[in-house]
Design a protein around this ligand. Structure first.
Ligand code: ADP
Ligand code: MG
Length: 256
């Protein structure tokens, strides 16, 4: 790979090679619940992983649900490559999800779970089978292809969920605390798969987490969210080194 064109990387800077090839996702969204108001403007570059960090109740899941179309905004828009997704139902947005409670289909095998979105999108059989094989291999699930989800460990089930979300090549992957339900060892294991997958598939992703370590390992940029608003968006090392205000500093665990 050639040297970066402009950005001079310094030691300690984010190690994943990445260039911002223009913004693919642009959004401005507003949503109010009793006692809560969300107002967020954000754009994300192609192939970028952006981590949303913030305390519980700050609106992270609400933002993902609005982007996915699972929730109607009071105002605003979601655009992908200039196309307005706002009027589209979730199934027509080409967005993949991975939530903490991965909700696999218990009556389907692992391979059938992964193939689910491909059937829905009417992929031809050969392409479907090849894609499922590729993902099972990448997630080291090939030996489990014919098992039911409940025969697998929690970590393996979450890998199935990740494969299922990625299978139809979503233009955007939304991850809501995907490691939240796992114990430490499994978190590390899935972190490894997530990291490798985000890179190899080159997918554009929004990752909600309350784990800074996870955000800083996986994300090109982090966004700090507080009470329905983005307080600061930037490269992990910048945000960490220069929190924008006292709240951000405290949230990031700085002493003063
Ligand atoms: P986070 O994911 O950051 O923990 P959420 O997006 O789940 O936060 O919630 C943000 C706020 O919106 C919270 O105050 C929550 O109680 C409220 N909220 C979320 N969903 C609904 C809903 N469907 N109806 C009413 N209030 C909601
Ligand atoms: Mg949440």
């Amino acid at each position: 790979m050639g040297a970066p064109v402009k950005a001079k990387t310094r030691p300690g800077e984010y190690p994943r090679p990445f260039r911002f090839n223009g913004r693919v996702l642009e959004l401005y969204l507003e949503k109010a619940f009793p006692g809560f108001r969300l107002s967020v403007e954000l754009s994300v570059a192609e192939g970028e992983t952006l981590a949303l960090l913030g305390p519980s109740g700050s609106g992270k899941s609400t933002l993902l649900r609005l982007i996915a179309g699972l929730l109607r905004p009071d105002g605003g828009f979601v655009r992908f490559l200039g196309e307005d997704l706002t009027p589209l139902p979730p199934e027509r947005r080409k967005v993949g999800f991975l939530f903490q409670d991965y909700a696999l289909f218990p009556h389907l095998t692992v391979a059938e779970n992964v193939a689910f979105g491909l059937l829905e999108a009417r992929w031809p059989r050969e392409a479907r089978e090849a894609r499922v094989r590729e993902l099972l291999k990448r997630m080291e699930l090939t030996p489990h292809a014919r098992k039911r989800p409940q025969e697998l460990s929690g970590g393996e089930q979450q890998r199935v969920a990740l494969a299922r979300a990625l299978a139809p090549r979503p233009r955007l992957l939304l991850l809501d605390e995907p490691l939240g339900a796992l114990d430490l060892r499994l978190r590390e294991e899935l972190l490894f798969f997530l990291r490798r997958t985000l890179k190899e598939e080159g997918v554009t992703a929004l990752l909600v987490t309350h784990d800074q370590g996870e955000a800083f390992l996986l994300a090109h940029r982090v966004a700090l969210m507080r009470e329905g608003r983005l307080v600061q968006v930037g490269r992990p090392e910048e945000v960490y080194a220069r929190p924008k205000d006292a709240w951000a500093a405290r949230f990031l665990g700085h002493k003063n």
